[in-house]
Design a protein around this ligand. Structure first.
Ligand code: CU
Length: 365
């Protein structure tokens, strides 16, 4: 009897111990040290618009410093049966107010195709006044913030119509213990997303959630520069604007199933630019640079290894100079730009690099 009570006690003690350990473990994932009361409302005015986009505005290969060669021209040279370098694309454009008359300039030219950055501290509300000026239904679906089904952004806003999205950066948005003081997320149109038609058309953007007290004058108080890079192979053949592109740029009958024609409409790009035509600027020697990098798209062509020359980064507590990306991942990595120079930033997948998935970042001395 005595022995049995002892073994009962031991069992109860064991359960208690396991319970205590699992409670402690749970604590690791519940981060509650930051105030959760909404403190600010961050308001953005965004319109989806159709624009003519140039994948190579510089007109030459900045990586080789040469004119485009024959292989490169397969992707960027217009011809009677090739669309070439310019396509109609849909973009998120920021305006100063709900009249949508005065555009806000992009925060830097190197943002390329990326829509305006929505920034908020934990506890803030985000309101996006959105108008659709394209000719197909689109939406704004955010990652990383709290919303109800009305503001989830999976229902299309009809052409010519408006919608107000209301999101909150709540306790589930807080950068975790292993995260830096601000964390990047993506947003995108989610109406035709099963076939990637929206994101290939160009309706992609980034949002950043900052720990309380870290968003000062529109940027992270602990970093000098924030940079954003979307590294994705855009299949223009799968864009919702493809038929409109054919009508605008192709004036002879083409076989749209011809493998060479289909290949010419794939664009391995960084921020919507190819062959080094996106140049990241505004970085000085010694700057703390926070890179937010992401991709979108399909299984076959959109796993990338983003690689910086010249400087390394710290990502997820590890030092590296290559980060593997999958569709809709957004990874935040920190660089101390100690090595000045003009450096490549490119995808290390060989075919992607050869076909244009490269850019340049400059660290001023
Ligand atoms: Cu790649």
């Amino acid at each position: 009897m005595k022995i049995r009570s002892l073994s009962y006690l031991r069992t109860i003690f064991l359960f208690l111990l396991i319970g205590m350990i699992s409670c402690q473990k749970e604590k690791i994932y519940i981060i509650d040290e930051e105030p959760l009361t909404p403190s600010s409302t961050r308001i953005y005015y965004v319109q989806a618009e159709i624009v003519e986009w140039d994948y190579v505005p510089l007109g030459y290969n900045l990586i080789s410093n040469m004119p485009f060669n024959d292989n490169e021209n397969d992707y960027v040279k217009p011809d009677s049966n090739r669309i070439g370098n310019k396509y109609l694309k849909a973009r998120y454009i920021e305006y100063t107010d709900a009249t949508f008359t005065v555009q806000k300039p992009q925060e830097s030219a190197d943002m390329g195709i990326i829509g305006p950055v929505f920034r908020a501290e934990v506890g803030d509300s985000i309101i996006v006044y959105f108008r659709n000026k394209t000719n197909f239904p689109v939406s704004v679906h955010p990652h990383g913030v709290r919303y109800d089904s009305v503001s989830e952004g999976i229902r299309g806003v009809d052409p010519g119509s408006s919608f107000v999205y209301k999101w909150v950066a709540d306790e589930n948005s807080i950068p975790s213990y292993n995260d830096p003081s601000s964390l990047g997320w993506v947003y995108h149109s989610h109406v035709h997303e099963n076939e990637n038609m929206d994101v290939y058309a160009g309706l992609v953007g980034a949002l950043v959630i900052y720990r309380k007290g870290f968003l000062v004058n529109g940027k992270n108080k602990n970093v000098n520069v924030e940079k954003f890079a979307i590294i994705y192979e855009i299949d223009e053949g799968a864009s919702i604007l493809f038929d409109q592109n054919l009508a605008k740029y192709i004036h002879v009958p083409v076989d749209t199933n011809d493998p060479d024609f289909m290949e010419s409409n794939t664009k391995p790009s960084i921020n919507g630019r190819m062959f080094g035509n996106n140049v990241f600027t505004g970085i000085n020697k010694g700057d703390r640079v926070r890179w937010h990098i992401f991709t979108f798209g399909d299984l076959r062509n959109n796993f990338h290894t983003a690689h910086w020359h010249g400087n390394t980064v710290v990502f997820s507590g590890t030092r590296t100079d290559v980060i593997l990306l999958g569709p809709a991942n957004l990874f935040t990595a920190d660089m101390i730009a100690s090595n000045p120079g003009k450096w490549f930033f490119h995808c290390h997948v060989d075919t992607h690099f050869a076909e244009g998935m490269s850019s340049v970042y400059i660290v001023n001395n």
